[in-house]
Design a protein around this ligand. Structure first.
Ligand code: HDD
Length: 759
């Protein structure tokens, strides 16, 4: 038994649950398998060791593996058992009195199985129900000890394991990924000094300024309560009724109506901590900070028509993309940058840094890159990890502290509170995905689903019976709140009110809109038009346009035109007649075009559309070149399976135009081959793929005979202004390959766009 106990890292009472070969003797004829070795191939350095816990990761393996490994189950070579560990002889039939007789109540095996099944679901998150997650690590570029004592930032090259969950906000757990919505970007850092959750979004501002309004906002945006529609969409009366009555949401509306709300991938969107937080160094000195994540692959989005079509063909589009990138080793990577400023600086800004509807423009406080985050491992089990992970804004570590943002204050309460009902009690911190790597010692006891077996008779402090343990850590080790004072404020006593600058609802909305390229502005106007056209009560539309006039006359006019309004309503009265003069009126960094990415093809999906009679060898070379650049290039044919090449070189189509329509790809190519092209020309799917690819601004390559398809599909070879189309590559042989690759890197070719679309 001693040997066995040593071999098992945690619960030595129950080796059998963990698939240990030392356990149950397998039935005759079955060989017991040794436990599978820890996964390798992660790029985490060996320095990933917790000095505190003594945890040492296996070479090349994230330390978090070790901790979760104690609860991983592997049934290889094991017999089926009940939850009490009793081996099950027959898993096909209930226990009956006679072959055609009644099932017996005593069938504890049937009841064990059904009872558990009946309770397999837990309540979904009230917001951010739909999500996808991955493991990875954060690596610090340089010590930030002058700014913070937070564990992840203490050494150059220091690696901290993370678990990241991305989500949409409004839709239910099974809703589509490509809804127009904010995306959650929640990062759990398993630091040496406890868990730090940076629970952010892909948009740096929020709809409301005070947590008091959060339930109203969420009730307004979710499906309407009488008929439960629409699913995962803000395009309905109650949402626009609420936001048009809440002018503080105008800035956020600009962002959610922009292409940021329809990202191409979780790997191609930014993340933001949103609130102003504090960094605190070992001397107790603090500065304000805003957190920014920027994707290495660049910020890329879908276009609306594409997002709508994808949601039908693949509602799991973003989940699949994240999974496949990690599976293929094209690990999503993000750089963490800080905007650091002092309280005195903040006092001088034209806006209030405690107002979550405001950004700090990068031109005012530049971004300081401090590290990178790599997502390099998919979860083993969706429920155990992605569903049960509990992020809480209250989870901060020494070196990180809060500001007085009133929205943040509500969040500090709300997340812990929601997990108690969602995860069924106060011990959700013991669920493996939530458990810190740092040890936990306190006098909290009992409650639903307690895992820890506390030893001894002492569960209070101070005590002498336990030698005074666990003892207060003191200021040197423990968390100490910044003794913040409120600068330049008179003693006001308890108030339910807001500071004056909170009432400037439009200056930054204008800043965002004015900082977009003309194409992005057109998309914002089209999104407002689409959403408001779904609103059935005309007065709500009018009120929204009246509000927009305060942010941008030209946007308001474009939206009014799109809604067939004969004249513009009078602007909504402003809460603040004379807002402070903004420091900047243009911020190019706010455009999605500001972050084109590293120029690699990694993670891009390319369809090579083929049919019997294609030039097989050339098509194969095309696939090889694109794959060598990191793209996922697959043959798509009228049917899956073998495609006969005219030159005797056969291809394997892994997708069909029916099961994977063209709009699921970033780029499409039609290789040469007269007979193949003639077959494709007979297939309506080909024309749809070509038209969609053109309309969605994608890179298109047509080689030799395939160029005849353009005319048939009604796709022009120049842009509407008569200029050459940089995304449309017409080639003979291999001549156009470089141009095609350059066009894919550019992501989309919006110069083709007309409103309404010509194709
Ligand atoms: Fe929240 C979930 C982000 C305001 C209350 N929120 C949730 C998640 C993210 C955010 C990413 C999903 C976490 C996960 O993947 O499990 N929320 C934000 C941001 C906000 C914000 C960036 C504004 C800056 N949230 C906000 C307020 C409140 C909440 C003001 C309430 C006072 N949020 C919740 C919640 C959720 C949640 C109800 C649902 C499930 C959960 O917490 O774990 O408590």
């Amino acid at each position: 038994t001693d040997d066995l106990a040593k071999a098992i890292p945690s619960n030595d009472n129950k080796p059998l649950e963990h698939g240990f070969s030392q356990g149950l003797t397998p039935p005759k004829g079955v060989t017991a398998q040794p436990r599978s070795p820890l996964p390798t191939g992660s790029t985490v350095s060996e320095a990933n060791t917790s000095e505190k816990t003594g945890d040492q990761a296996a070479e090349g393996v994230n330390a978090v593996h070790g901790r979760l490994d104690r609860v991983r189950a592997d049934a290889a070579g094991q017999a089926l058992t009940t939850n009490q560990g009793v081996a099950i002889a027959d898993n096909q039939n209930s226990l009956k009195y006679g072959l055609r007789g009644p099932v017996l109540l005593e069938d504890f095996i049937l009841r064990d199985k059904l009872t558990h099944f009946d309770h397999e679901r837990i309540p979904e998150r009230i917001v951010h129900a739909r999500g996808s997650a991955a493991h990875g690590y954060f690596e610090c570029y340089e010590p930030l000890t002058e700014l913070t004592r937070a564990a992840p930032f203490q050494e150059k090259g220091k690696v901290t394991p993370v678990f990241v969950r991305f989500s949409t906000v409004a839709g239910e757990r099974g809703s589509k990924d490509t809804a127009r919505d904010v995306r959650g970007f929640a990062v759990k850092f398993y630091t040496d000094e406890g868990n730090w959750d940076l629970v952010g979004n892909n948009i740096p501002v929020f709809f409301i300024q005070d947590a008091m309004k959060f339930p109203d906002l969420v009730h307004a945006v979710k499906a309407e309560p009488h008929h439960g529609m629409p699913q995962a969409a803000s395009a309905h009366d109650t949402f626009w009724d609420f936001v048009s009555l809440m002018p503080e949401s105008t800035h956020m509306l600009m962002w959610v109506m922009s292409d940021r709300a329809i990202p191409r991938s979780y790997a191609t969107m930014q993340g933001f901590g949103v609130h102003t937080y504090r960094l605190v160094n070992a001397a107790g000195e603090s500065v304000f900070v805003k957190f920014h994540w920027s994707p290495k692959a660049g910020t890329h989005s879908l276009v609306w028509d594409e997002a709508v079509k994808i949601s039908g063909a693949d509602p799991d589009y973003h989940r699949r993309d994240l999974w496949e990138r990690i599976d293929a080793g094209a690990y999503p990577e993000y750089e963490l940058a800080l905007q650091v400023f002092t309280e005195e600086q903040a006092e001088q800004f034209s806006f209030d840094v405690l107002d979550a509807t405001k950004i700090v423009p990068e031109e005012l406080v530049p971004l300081r890159p401090v590290g990178r985050m790599v997502l390099n491992r998919n979860p083993d089990n969706f429920f155990a990890e992605t569903e049960q992970v509990a992020f809480c804004t209250a989870n901060v570590v020494p070196g990180i502290d809060f500001s007085n943002d009133p929205l943040l204050a509500g969040r500090i309460h709300s997340y812990v509170d929601t997990q108690i009902s969602r995860l069924g009690g106060p011990n959700f911190h013991e669920i493996p995905i939530n458990a810190p790597l740092a040890p936990v010692h306190n006098n909290q006891r009992d409650g639903m689903h307690r895992q820890t077996i506390h030893r001894g008779r002492v569960s209070y402090e101070p005590n002498s019976l336990g030698g005074g343990c666990p003892f207060q850590a003191g200021a040197a080790q423990g968390f100490v709140s910044v003794p913040a004072r409120i600068l330049a404020e008179e003693e006001q006593g308890k108030v339910r009110a807001k500071p004056e600058k909170f009432a400037d609802h439009y200056t930054q909305a204008a800043l965002f809109y004015e900082s977009q390229t003309p194409v992005e502005q057109a998309h914002i106007a089209a999104a407002f038009r689409f959403e408001l056209s779904k609103v059935t009560v005309p007065a709500i539309r009018t009120r929204m346009v009246a509000s927009l006039r305060n942010a941008s006359e030209s946007l308001a006019q474009a939206v009014a035109d799109g809604l067939g309004m004969d004249e513009l309503p009078a602007p909504l009265p402003r809460a603040l007649a004379r807002p402070a003069k903004p420091e900047v009126t243009q911020s190019p960094a706010l455009s999605l075009m500001a972050r084109p990415g590293d120029g690699s093809l990694a993670g891009r999906r390319v369809a090579l559309v083929v049919a019997h009679g294609v030039q097989g060898a050339a098509a194969e070379r095309l696939q090889a070149v694109l794959s060598a650049e990191g793209a996922v290039a697959e043959f798509v044919a009228p049917r899956v399976g073998r495609v006969r090449g005219a030159d005797g070189v056969d291809l394997e189509a892994t997708a069909s135009l029916e099961n994977n329509p063209g709009f699921l790809y970033d780029a499409l190519a039609w290789p040469d081959g007269e007979e193949g092209v003639a077959t494709l020309a007979q297939d309506g799917h080909t024309m749809e793929s070509l038209k969609d690819g053109y309309r969605h601004g994608k890179a298109l390559l047509l080689v030799g005979a395939a160029q005849t398809l353009l005319d048939m599909a009604g796709v022009p070879t120049t842009t509407p202004t008569g200029d050459p189309d940089p995304g449309l590559v017409l080639a003979d042989g291999e001549a156009g390959l470089d141009a095609f690759i350059a066009a894919i890197v550019r992501h989309r070719h919006p110069e083709r766009e007309t409103d309404p679309p010509a194709v």
